[in-house]
Design a protein. Structure first.
Lengths: 276, 276
């Protein structure tokens, strides 16, 4: 069945159909971390279709949502199969009741070259460094804020969790598919590499002497976000410029993603105009 | 058994023991919304013990966490029972594996009178109004930010969810037990009441002509936060001062709790010194 030009719709009546293998037991898949990932829902699908970094390999659509999704599906590359199923088949494949009516399996675009930090820095860049972020909600929220405030790339240390985990994609509202990211090694190495490029490295610390509002970003800056609870290793943040988010006395610190929202909003307002 | 002065420790060996009825099936309890609530974990317990609004009626402690918790338990009112159980009993009572080693059942302090908005406004106040906030993570995060940035009270409209739901307490890191809150009626009535008191009512709207950083809070201000997705009803926000959080073009709006973090941080920095 083919409609709207090149869109190839394939009805699926049997949850065991091998053509929809990539959508099977997607909760479990999160745990084993096989290649590719699942993007759920129309809003995230939009981000996927607009992504320079990722592309869908197949879609699974709930039959009663198909008509509403057709305008979006026009953006699919020719040849990407669109499987269509009723609710019972849809949920049986996924392994749990899915609230959203569309899932895309996606992979990294093969032609895409890795980010070049030197080239980005030469143009002037704002980076966010996630160092030891282990919570998928926080990771997703960091990307959503990074997208909102024009962060050029998110750098992940070796211990941070995967932004392409289902929950992180969902909380980011698909921003993990649009904001460039790169995974490097230990946070100490990331500081060294960025400092070597002339990037201003910043940490947020409750006891820092400089309040955030006094800071004006350098042509290239990197905001480091440390692990929930412990924060950045002292050996790392003591060598950086530290900024304080002022708050009421006697309180627990803010959530890391909320800190990021406040600091990135400030950076967005005060960045030098980019050279590009 | 009694140690450390007045602390009455009672071992519990049988999950069916009627003395620990208030801790039974606490997930289910969330759904039925009976009187009282459950505070979990040592950090939230600290907030409960310091709360002017709520007080514990009973504690259930994992045996191997008891020694570490003893300094905190010294803050308990005499007569509040502390039940002590092994892991198997603890989890069987709660109805699921509990990660934290202490749970407190708590109620509102009977002697506490409701908040007086006129009295607070007369002293100069910063309010946050949750209007149609239905997600417990967002509600908890709004309270955590309200605590960090010195909000005097959170006002809930009739449709917002309960800040004393387990997940909201947890995400707030106990801030819902410290930041005063009051539930009123429809959001339209809340605007009228606050305007009648001379409180500046503010909405955040992507299309607003005034950017947040231009705003300076009035002696008393109220930041209205609308429902995830729809935002505030147009009839409500069009009568208020609207502020825009500047962000990169072409993007989905920020999460409501992240908006609150940014706007409340700004308000905290620029509030007039309170008269009290």
């Amino acid at each position: 069945m083919s409609v709207g030009g090149h869109i190839a719709l394939t009805p699926i009546d049997d949850p065991a159909d091998s053509r929809i293998e990539v959508f099977r037991d997607i909760r479990e898949r999160d745990l084993v971390g096989r290649g590719g990932f699942i993007a759920e829902g129309a809003v995230v699908l939009d981000q996927l279709l607009a992504s320079s970094f990722f592309q869908p390999t197949a879609l699974l659509v709930l039959r009663n949502r198909l008509a509403g999704l057709m305008p979006r599906l026009a953006g699919l590359r020719p040849g990407v199969p669109v499987y269509v199923a009723e609710r019972a088949v849809f949920d049986a494949v996924a392994g749990f009741p899915v609230h959203r009516g569309v899932m895309a399996h996606a992979v990294r675009r093969p032609e895409k070259r890795p980010l070049s930090l030197p080239a980005m820095t030469a143009r002037g860049a704002l980076f966010t460094v996630a160092a030891g972020i282990s919570n998928h909600d926080n990771m997703g929220a960091i990307f959503r804020n990074a997208a909102a405030f024009g962060v050029d790339a998110v750098i992940l240390d070796e211990t941070s969790c995967d932004p392409l985990y289902r929950k992180a994609i969902r909380v980011s509202v698909g921003s993990v598919l649009r904001v460039p990211f790169i995974r490097l090694g230990a946070v100490e190495q990331i500081v060294e590499e960025l400092e070597g490029l002339g990037v201003e490295c910043l940490a947020l610390a409750p006891g820092a002497s400089v309040p955030l509002q006094r800071w004006r970003p350098a042509p290239s800056s990197a905001l480091f976000l440390g692990a929930e609870g412990e924060g950045l290793p002292p050996a790392v943040w003591t060598r950086m410029k530290a900024l304080r988010i002022e708050m009421a006395p006697g309180l627990d610190s803010l959530n890391v993603a909320h800190c990021a929202a406040i600091a990135l909003h400030h950076a967005f307002l005060h960045r030098s105009p980019p050279a590009r």
